[in-house]
Design a protein around this ligand. Structure first.
Ligand SMILES: Cc1cc2nc3c(=O)[nH]c(=O)nc-3n(C[C@H](O)[C@H](O)[C@H](O)COP(=O)(O)OP(=O)(O)OC[C@H]3O[C@@H](n4cnc5c(N)ncnc54)[C@H](O)[C@@H]3O)c2cc1C
Ligand SMILES: *[C@@H]1O[C@H](CO)[C@@H](O)[C@H](O)[C@H]1NC(C)=O
Ligand SMILES: *[C@@H]1O[C@H](CO)[C@@H](O)[C@H](O)[C@H]1NC(C)=O
Ligand SMILES: *[C@@H]1O[C@H](CO)[C@@H](O)[C@H](O)[C@H]1NC(C)=O
Ligand SMILES: *[C@@H]1O[C@H](CO)[C@@H](O)[C@H](O)[C@H]1NC(C)=O
Ligand SMILES: *[C@@H]1O[C@H](CO)[C@@H](O)[C@H](O)[C@H]1NC(C)=O
Length: 618
């Protein structure tokens, strides 16, 4: 860990005094917030508006229709600064509706050909990630403006932003950050729109789209600070997992980086800032553990390099400290590894094999009992538990032959045989991990509305309480008589073998065995009361069951319930206090915001998911 204690002490000393400078004038007068922290100049920050809700005073971001919303002339100046790349945001489904109603007025949006295109691609991940603002998991857009056969259906912005900058250069990103800070606008950075918990959308926001930053520069032997001298690659903010794996495979000899399992998730956006786990994680740690340097722009609008030598505190925080919190990343430089011959396997238990739920769950439990054994032998395993469908696809054994993988899996297969649990098992070897990845990993189906949660089980949990874990899975699968929950599991241990944490990730990860994502579908058109009910089920029945079966006290900021109790310690453990201070140093006014990230305790989205505000009494 490369935290500069001097700078941290400095920030800690300055921040309380700086915050004390907030001048609260009486409502409806604005609240002045301009401050300077540790040489980062925020003196041009826009005034906040005030609101009172249930007796609590808030200072809010500025929204269309308010005195503070920038004039058309100001937006035109911004548009000139970004070389004409500012757009009014049109949600992806609007082309199927006659009218899009926005706070700026109504637009005629219907276009039969474009509507047919949306309808056809609504479940196509790449189509969504290439759209300027589309959020793949629609719940956090308020499920607004879905494609329809009936053009008279209403279409509003919902929880989408108002304007988007289609940035192609660093100065476009800076212009967006500066404009948001000076005008006190909600700012959203949007890379692929993959976020499960809606952190790349926001009501009334100015969005910066970073997806066109597609540069990839290979470095044969790194000679930057930090002592590492192996292969590396600099990856632009918009590059997706499959793109970098393709490019690495085309090298001679082929190389890889730690990406996620999903081909269309980004690398340098939310993924690395959350931690970033994937098929290589058991062998090489999180994506964040492998970062050598970032290029970024701060909330105060400064270009910075963050690595072991320059801004080491920011470097550390960007490695797993939470997305959209410390800076906007322009590029990341990370270690590469030689690709290796690999073996994969799949195992299915579903209605093809048994109709007996006890047999089904016994199969799941038998697999899970062996999960410590799998990660302790260097495997990564991805699996899904859907109603009466257990799919392990795949077991990943990088650098191992089929004989070696067979030996590792055999005790589990033997136990299935002894218990008479029917299943289908297949195994296949590949010349490289890349070939395995292309063959055995699958895309996901976006466009649906769901809440997601998740929890990590460590070695001790599996060794001492596997039965309790499986009981918790059953609770997740049927949390209430009228509901069905789904699970996606990942066996990995970022502490296996050599990988040491040098990132801001929770220390408990280094004993991980299984990270489980929970999913609770939400019917489109649910009322606010129905949504609150389902959120309660996710937090207090499904994820609560997982938490109770576990001793790890840890989950993953990118794939978890943002409304869970104690998110600070569950996401970052003993690293949290440092992260909170660093947030106050690098973004004291909250130019950036993502739910349940360091230092956002005072922030709240009020008025039924619309206005982002900060409590003034904290
Ligand atoms: C189908 C699916 C599979 C997944 N698989 C994995 C997996 O295998 N491993 C894993 O670790 N995670 C996985 N994830 C979770 C993933 O890490 C998060 O969804 C992550 O936030 C995606 O980042 P993004 O930049 O692609 O998405 P976006 O939705 O565009 O952004 C996510 C967050 O990052 C912020 N952000 C984006 N770009 C920048 C930037 N340049 N600078 C600063 N902030 C930025 C956004 O503001 C937002 O808060 C998966 C998610 C999905 C939906
Ligand atoms: C920004 O400028 C471009 C080029 O002149 C124009 O096409 C676009 O409509 C403008 N954006 C806005 C929001 O006015
Ligand atoms: C969000 O959806 C709810 C229904 O769940 C609706 O009552 C509310 O008006 C919507 N708000 C916005 C801003 O779209
Ligand atoms: C059930 O398992 C079989 C393999 O035995 C597989 O071909 C099929 O796709 C599985 N069904 C589901 C729904 O996963
Ligand atoms: C891992 O687990 C062992 C045994 O339970 C424990 O002694 C150790 O402290 C744990 N390490 C971490 C990083 O949590
Ligand atoms: C929030 O939603 C509730 C229930 O629909 C409604 O009564 C209330 O007026 C809404 N508040 C705002 C500020 O929109």
């Amino acid at each position: 860990m490369a935290l500069s204690l001097l700078r941290l002490a400095c920030a800690a000393a300055l921040v309380p005094a700086a915050l004390a400078q907030i001048i609260v004038r009486s409502d409806p007068e604005p609240v002045a917030t301009a401050i300077t922290v540790d040489g980062l100049d925020f003196s041009d920050a826009g005034d906040v508006t005030t609101a009172t809700l249930k007796g609590i005073n808030f200072g809010c971001k500025c929204y269309p229709g308010e005195w503070c919303w920038p004039s058309t002339a100001k937006w035109n100046v911004l548009n000139a600064t970004v070389e004409g790349r500012l757009r009014v945001n049109i949600p992806p489904g609007a082309v199927c509706h006659n009218t899009l109603t926005t706070p700026l007025g109504s637009l005629n949006t219907y276009d039969a050909a474009k509507c047919a295109d949306v309808q056809q691609n609504w479940e196509n991940e790449l189509w969504h990630t290439n759209h300027p603002t589309s959020e793949l998991w629609t719940y956090f857009t308020n499920d607004t403006c879905r494609p329809t056969q009936n053009p008279t259906d209403s279409c509003t912005l919902g929880y989408y932003g108002v304007y988007v900058i289609m940035a192609t250069k660093a100065q476009h990103v800076k212009a967006g950050i500066d404009f948001a800070r000076r005008n006190n606008l909600r700012l959203i950075v949007r890379n692929t729109g993959h976020d499960f918990i809606g952190r790349s959308t926001g009501y009334g926001a100015l969005i910066i789209n970073t997806h066109s930053f597609q540069n990839i520069n290979w470095i044969n032997s790194y000679n930057g600070p930090g002592g590492y001298t192996g292969g590396a690659v600099t990856i632009g903010a918009g590059v997706q997992g499959k793109t970098i794996l393709d490019a690495g495979h085309a090298r001679s000899p082929p190389v890889v980086v730690v990406t996620g399992e999903c081909p269309t998730v980004g690398i340098a956006g939310g993924f690395v800032q959350g931690a970033g786990h994937g098929p290589w994680t058991t062998l090489k740690g999180f994506s964040a553990d492998n970062v050598l340097s970032f290029e970024a722009i701060t909330a105060s609008g400064q270009y910075v390099t963050a690595n072991a030598a320059q801004n080491p505190d920011l470097f550390w925080a960007l490695k797993g400290g939470g997305p959209a919190s410390f800076a906007v990343i322009l590029s990341v430089t990370m270690k590469t590894f030689p690709d290796l011959p690999s073996t994969g396997a799949t195992l299915y238990i579903n209605t093809t094999h048994t109709l007996d739920p006890n047999v089904f769950w016994d199969g799941v439990g038998t697999f899970h009992k062996w999960s410590n054994h799998f990660v302790d032998n260097g495997l990564y395993v991805y699996f899904e538990i859907f109603p009466f469908t257990f799919r392990i696809r795949p077991f990943v054994a990088i650098g191992k032959t089929s004989a070696q993988l067979q030996t590792i899996i055999q005790p589990f297969l033997d136990e299935l045989a002894t218990k008479g649990i029917p299943h289908e098992f297949n195994m296949k070897s590949f010349p490289t991990f890349y070939d395995l990845y292309v063959d055995l990993f699958e895309g996901e189906t976006p466009g649906s509305s769901a809440l997601t949660g998740g929890w990590m089980f460590n070695h001790k949990d599996v060794a001492t309480n596997n039965g309790g874990i499986i009981d918790a899975f059953k609770t997740v699968a049927s949390p209430r008589s009228d509901l069905v929950g789904l699970m996606v599991g990942h066996l990995f241990n970022p502490g296996y073998g050599a990988p040491q944490s040098n990132s801001a990730t929770h220390p408990a990860w280094r004993n991980a065995t299984d990270f489980i994502i929970t999913i609770l579908p939400v019917p489109v058109g649910s009322s606010l009361a129905q949504k609150a009910d389902l959120q309660n089920v996710l937090t207090n029945t499904m994820d609560a069951a997982l938490r109770q079966a576990s001793t790890s006290g840890c989950t993953y900021v990118n794939e978890a319930d943002p409304y869970q109790p104690n998110w600070q310690s569950n996401f970052w453990g003993s690293e949290y206090p440092k992260l909170r201070l660093l947030r106050l140093k690098w973004d004291p006014l909250g130019v950036f915001y993502a739910i349940s990230t360091p230092g956002t305790e005072g922030w709240e989205v009020i008025d039924n998911g619309t206005r982002l505000c900060r409590r003034l009494d904290l």
